[in-house]
Design a protein around this ligand. Structure first.
Ligand code: COA
Length: 190
């Protein structure tokens, strides 16, 4: 796996994070692939204003190497529930372990700094490989479903009814092993 340094995002990262997220989620209109949603949703996933607000709230982590930003994740804890989102890895470096690493760090931050008990992720249900990725990281399916929001500025679903599924992970038990191996491999600036 490439060397990655993980730290809290700074305001100067906002433009690079925005570009990275949009490139990772929707690389090419209509194209297929398990790591992205180009075939399911069109338009940008996020605008720079929202990224700036998220960074200001101190909830965004970024991963970088000598070439610059390679990934990001957002983790927001309310009432001991960690909402994890905006997990994205530069397409040229996907499937090399960086996504797992960022997720593990987001969970670690949620537990250690904010005393989170539960992690929650909302995923497009049709992305079965991605759901599998999270199940292998210790998340479970729930019976919470919702419609892809069409008025939230997160793009336009290609199908009229695009279901989102909520996944949960209880942090009371030992976190998934990735977290510990990740922490031992990395220096973290967070
Ligand atoms: C989804 C994403 C964050 C994963 O990060 P990544 O760095 O590419 O993934 P990693 O290298 O950490 O892990 C890859 C996993 O996918 C699996 N995988 C690899 N190729 C696969 C394929 N063709 N089909 C299904 N799974 C595959 C690997 O086996 C590995 O899982 P495992 O360790 O449990 O076996 C990244 O691809 C991404 O940025 N996608 C676009 C943004 C996005 O969709 N984010 C999630 C929104 S909820």
């Amino acid at each position: 796996m490439p060397q990655v340094h993980i730290r809290k995002a700074e305001l100067t990262d906002a433009e690079a994070v925005t570009k990275l997220v949009n490139r990772a989620y929707r690389p090419e209109a209509g194209s297929e692939g398990w790591t992205h949603e180009s075939a399911l949703v069109s338009g940008d996933r996020i605008g720079q204003g929202k990224v700036t607000t998220a960074i200001q709230s101190g909830t965004v982590l970024v991963g970088s190497n000598e070439r610059g930003l390679v990934g990001c994740v957002q983790v927001e804890v309310t009432d001991r529930v960690a909402q994890i989102g905006m997990l994205a890895v530069d397409p040229s470096l996907q499937a090399s372990g960086i996504g797992k690493l960022l997720l593990a760090h987001a969970e670690e931050l949620a537990v250690q700094k904010f005393n989170a008990q539960v992690g929650v992720l909302v995923v497009i249900a049709a992305r079965t490989e991605l759901v599998g990725f999270y199940l292998r990281r210790g998340y479970s399916k729930t019976d919470e479903w919702s419609q892809y929001p069409t008025d939230a500025g997160v793009g336009t679903p290609e199908k009229e009814a695009m279901l989102l599924t909520t996944l949960r992970k209880c942090f009371n038990n030992r976190l998934h092993g990735d977290r510990f191996s990740a922490a031992s491999r990395l220096q973290t600036g967070s």
